[in-house]
Design a protein around this ligand. Structure first.
Ligand SMILES: [Zn+2]
Length: 140
């Protein structure tokens, strides 16, 4: 996939899951800003959602959409044998192959060498990023 293909393809809406089509690509918004300032928008077509990102070009708006969508998307669970201690701490999941479903219990977070790892997990995903900020304790 080259850069032009990547720019045309939009990931599903990160908020409502709407499957974006090629015709849902960025469009130029000239209603709110001076004509010298191009603003390109990608907006979710679902009228209950209307999630939107902007950019100074069609490509930058679409790239911003895909960046946000990728961040919000659930990571793909990888088989345990693909995990290596160099990956650092991960989130560990247990897949029930007879039911073809997750076991439904909370995930376990840790590193492969941890002595308290329960040992029955089948898959892992990278540890999520730290939150951007935290409200001080006691402040509501
Ligand atoms: Zn949406």
């Amino acid at each position: 996939m080259d850069d032009q293909q990547r720019a045309r393809e939009l990931l599903p809406c990160p908020f409502c899951g709407y499957a974006m089509a090629e015709e849902d690509g960025a469009y130029q918004n000239d209603g709110f800003v001076a004509p010298q300032t191009p603003v390109w928008l990608v907006t979710c077509p679902d009228s209950d959602c209307n999630a939107s990102v902007s950019g100074t070009s069609k490509e930058s708006a679409m790239a911003a959409w895909n960046r946000r969508a990728a961040l919000r998307a659930a990571p793909e669970a990888r088989p345990l044998d693909e995990c290596h201690e160099d990956h650092g701490p991960g989130v560990w999941w247990a897949w029930d192959s007879e039911r073809s479903a997750w076991m439904g219990e909370p995930a376990w977070i840790g590193a492969p060498g941890d002595s308290d790892w329960p040992g029955y997990h089948t898959h892992w995903t990278p540890h999520p990023a730290m939150p951007a900020a935290a409200r001080p304790q006691g402040v509501k």
